[in-house]
Every structure is written in structure tokens, then in C-alpha cells.
Design a protein around this ligand. Sequence first.
Ligand SMILES: [Zn+2]
Length: 483
Amino acid sequence: MREDENRYETVIGLEVHLQLKANTKAFCGCSTLFGQKPNSQTCPVCLGFPGSLPVLNEEAFYSAVKVALALNCKIQDLIKFDRKNYYYPDLPKNFQISQYDMPLSYDGAIYITSGPEKGRKKIRIKRVHLEEDAGKLLHPEGANYSLVDYNRAGIPLLEIVTEPDINSPQEAYDYLTRLKAILEYLKVSDCDMEKGSLRCDANISIRVAGTDKLGTKVELKNMNTFKGVRLALEYEAKRQIALVEEGEKITQETRLWDAEKSLTTPMRTKEEAMDYRYFPEPDLVPFQVDKAVIEKIRRELPELPEAKAKRFSSEYGLSEYDANVITGQLEMADYFEECAKIYQNRKTIANWLMGDITAYLNAENLTIKQIGLSPSDLVGLFNMIDEGTISGKMAKEVLIEAMKKGIKPAEIVERRGLSQISDTAALERVVDAVLARNEKSVDDYRKGKKNALTYLIGQVMKDTNGTANPALVNVILKRRLGD
Ligand SMILES: [Zn+2]
């Protein structure tokens, strides 16, 4: 980092678009199934035929309310939709049904933690509103034409906008991770960035640290992973600081992140809201939601990541940080709890999950459910360590093989003959052989060179291919050496 970069503070706001899980589209009965034949899931409503009328999808609407409540938002008294007018080939109606001045919900917040030493930070949610997705343009390589698929047009979409409370690319990453965790807990979306069901745009500006006035903001698009968001923001903050340092002005514009070249390029200067000529959607009548219905949805919300982390701390004695990491993914949290039911040393479970297992999952881009290691298999491995059947070091190797091949750890230990030799008579024979050929070390030890013992233990481990129980070897050796 350049020294002058420390003088500046980054101000970031994020806008997430989330496809809601629903069997049918937001305003018509077309299927939302992913990966079907292009344009096979369309009808007069989502293609914008004259005279066709939209009807709000109840399932999508209640999912939206669920998300809003989980993000601690207030729910609007009157639900109203607006038309956002613009022309683009992927928008057959020439307008998008969205919400403008009266979003479904507003004034929420979630909390992030950026590391073991950092405390909680509040990120305010400005608004969460319901709208519909656009279709998809495809540009076949080398062709001088483009194709359009309207299967996505009309899929229910939630827009979640933060206040500019995020002050670093890392905080942006942490916010997205936490938001995704909450959404996964709610089971309202598959949150798959690769399929485009979760997308993120960012606004970023810089200002001299400690000042209040916001700088000119730039909007960033085309980030396809959370890491991409972090990289794009890092690049953009540096670019803006360099411009300001050189006395240049920052242009208010939209820039595209180029993941391959690791830089942002200008796309267009930003439109203002008035360019869209928003007006109330005349085909959808504003309506009120019964307060009792909202309270019922609130009561039925599942236990969310923060509450679960608190419970894991008090119930299982995990540190705040560990509990936060483990509950950061619903699958991981459930897995931990399954293990905790049948194994008392919870810190051990957390350590293995957060260490070797997470490292393997990240490297292979897998989730814990996708590997063939059940909670009882993992606990079986812990029991083998506790009983002295295998060493901790060996257990790590067994674990990796178990995850890779989907074989039970006990089976691997059995098949590879990895069981530790805990049979005293067998070990005594090995120890005697080692002592017989290492007279010098024995002498050294008796003369007071205590670290000769370490050498002798090493020899025994070598002779047994590491399968000897080290504690037992220690006892036998000392006994033989007359200690
Ligand atoms: Zn349709």
C-alpha cells in the first residue's frame, strides 16, 4: 500500500440482487426452473403482450417479507409497485416492475465481525424491495448477432441495499458472507453466484479520513464472486486515490470489473432516477398486509446465525470467534451440532472443522454435505485418537483420505494397518532391539544426556512405521533404562 493511501477512507455501499426461490415467476404462472430450453418458460405477461395483466406471486412476496424481517427491517404499511421504464433487448415489456419511493421494507441492519480481535460492526440496510428479473442476452463467440432468452424475465428478485457504512473491501466481503449466511438459513434462495441467483454491485468513493463529506461515487458491476467484489473494490480505491493525489477529478460513472485483467473499465456515466420515469404500476393495486400476518412470519423465522452463534458459545463452550465461524454456514453449524450430540470435547470438533476440513473444502470448492464423511465417522476418528489407536498426526492423513475417497476412517485404519501398537509385549521386543543396536545412546542417557531418549523413541517409531503408541514407548524405554 502506498503511504498516502492511509490518509484516505473508503466509503462503500452494496446492492445485492437475489433471486427468490419460487415455483413460478413474480407476476405470472411461468416456471422458474433453471437451465431449461431458451424461451420455453414464457407467456404473454412476462413477454409484455398488450392487454396481459400481472398478478403478484404470494410465495415470493412472503419470502421477501421473511428476508426483510431477518434483516431487521421495518415493513411498509402500503405495498405499492412501480414501473421503471427503460429499453434494453432483454426487457420485452420496456419496463421493469419494481418498487420506487415505497420499498417493501426499510431501515434494517445486520452485524459483521472482521476477525478474532475485531468487535461487531453494524451495517445498516437502507431498503429491501421486490422486483422482477430481466431476460438474458447471449453473445455466441465469433457471431455477429446476439441471442436472447426470456426464461429469466419475470423471476422474482429482491434488491437489498446498504447504507454507505462499509469502510474497506474486507468489510464488504464480510458483509456479503454474513448476508449470504442469513439468506441460506432462511432457505429463500439457492444463493448461487455462478447461476446468477445472487449478484452484487458496489458503490465506492474515497475521502480524507476523518472528514464527513462524501466523495464522488463510482458504481462497480460484473463481479461474479465475493472475492471478485473485494478485489474490484481494492483496485478501485487505489485508482481513485491516485487520481485525487494527482489533483484530478473522479467521474461519476459505472465501471465494469474485468476479473482476467484485474482492473475496472468505464461502462457508462450514471443515469439518474428521473431518467427511468418511474410511475405507479397501474395494473397492480396497492395493498396492506395484516400486521398479525407479519408478526406470525416474524415468530416463525428460523434461528439465525447470530442467535445460533450465541447459543453455541453458551451451550458448547465455544469461543465467540469459533462460534461465529462455525455458524457462518448452516450446513457446517448443523454438522457441528450432530457431532456435539455424540462427542463431548466440543473444542476438538470445532478445531477440526475450522482447520483441516475447511481447508480441504475450500481447496476442492465443496461443502461439508458433499463429502462422504458423516458426523459419526468424524467422531469415530476422534475416538480412535482418544483411545490411542492412532496418533493425531496419522488421524489427519486418514481424514484427508476419508474425505477424498468417501471411505469411513475406521475402514482406512483397518485396511492400511495403521492401528497403533499398544500391545506392551510387542513393543517391548521392538524397544529391546533398538536398545541393543544403540549402545552409545543408552550410555549417553545414563550419563545424564536426557535428549538421547528422544532419539531412541524416534528409532522405535521408525521400526514400527510410526504405529507405536508414543506414550507407551516412553514408559517402556524409561523402565528398560532403569529410570
Ligand atoms: Zn410468464
